[in-house]
Design a protein around this ligand. Structure first.
Ligand SMILES: Nc1ncnc2c1ncn2[C@@H]1O[C@H](COP(=O)(O)OP(=O)(O)OP(=O)(O)O)[C@@H](O)[C@H]1O
Ligand SMILES: [Mg+2]
Length: 251
């Protein structure tokens, strides 16, 4: 059997007395469409932070294609192909959309990440950035300052930045959080159109999105994996319904 793309073994993390991640055995397969769900405070973001190397586990392991990367830092994991978005947006709000994406592409290529000096501006980086904006239907916004964009479009720019790292694994922590419902379809459409070869792990509280998008769903409760299965299995699981789905629109 081939190793999963990304795997955790007995991954555990405490914050003081709080066990935010308890003995989590998780696997993400190549090209997966996988959702991570669970109540507020269940430990979803913490697990993503552990996968991305933002924080270190108290015990347990993270493996990428069978290689132990538990001790590998965040920047190095990005180079290994693990990219993410955040629950709250972290863009350079005073810069243009194109500049934000340019910085990410330039960082990946290891060239100077500045468009400000025209002499240092790289056509290849600009072209790739524009191509990404085109993919996300943001071309018309390329020259606009991020702070001038509606929030939904700002979140699309974040997606563009994560894609600029040309990841094999994309971790999406509530990509549509805070986006008004009238705008949220632009995010969902973009997620639907992500390249199929990228493994996507999405955290979201919108059960319609989750059940439509995911081929596999992992439910976390109190830091532990409560259930994992296909959407059909998870939707039919009476215990999952009792602890989580019962509280949502799907209940
Ligand atoms: N840096 C930290 N220091 C202390 N406690 C933390 C820290 N980060 C998270 N926690 C706690 O760990 C638990 C899990 O938090 P986490 O953010 O992973 O939950 P979540 O499932 O993402 O919730 P939500 O759906 O609200 O985003 C919570 O009790 C939270 O308060
Ligand atoms: Mg969270």
């Amino acid at each position: 059997m081939t190793a999963p793309l990304l795997e955790t073994r007995a991954l555990t993390r405490n914050f003081g007395a709080l066990l935010a991640t308890r003995e989590v055995d998780f696997r993400l397969d190549a090209g997966a469409r996988h959702a991570l769900i669970g109540p507020n405070g269940a430990g979803k973001t913490t697990l993503v932070n552990l996968l991305a190397g933002v924080i270190s586990p108290t015990r347990g392991q993270v493996l990428l294609k069978g290689r132990d990367i538990t001790g590998v830092g965040q920047a190095e994991r990005v180079k290994l192909g693990i990219a993410r978005t955040f629950q709250i947006n972290r863009l350079f709000r005073g810069l243009s959309v194109l500049e934000n994406v340019y910085i990410a592409v330039a960082e990946r290529m290891g060239v100077a990440p500045s468009m400000f000096r025209p002499a240092g501006r790289r056509t290849d980086v600009v072209n790739e950035s524009m191509h990404l904006l085109d993919t996300l239907r943001l071309t018309a916004d390329a020259g606009r300052r991020v702070s001038e964009l509606p929030y939904g479009r700002q979140r699309l720019v974040e997606l563009a930045i994560a894609l600029a790292l040309s990841p094999e694994v994309l971790l999406l922590d509530e990509p549509a959080a805070g986006v008004p419902s009238a705008e949220s379809h632009i995010i969902l459409d973009a997620i639907d159109r992500l390249p199929p070869e990228i493994a996507v792990l999405i955290i979201d509280h919108d059960m319609d999105l989750v059940f439509r998008f995911a081929q596999r769903i992992t439910v976390m409760v109190s830091g532990a994996v409560f259930a994992s299965g296909t959407p059909r299995e998870i939707g039919a699981d009476p215990e999952v319904r009792a602890v989580y789905l019962g509280q949502t629109a799907r209940g």
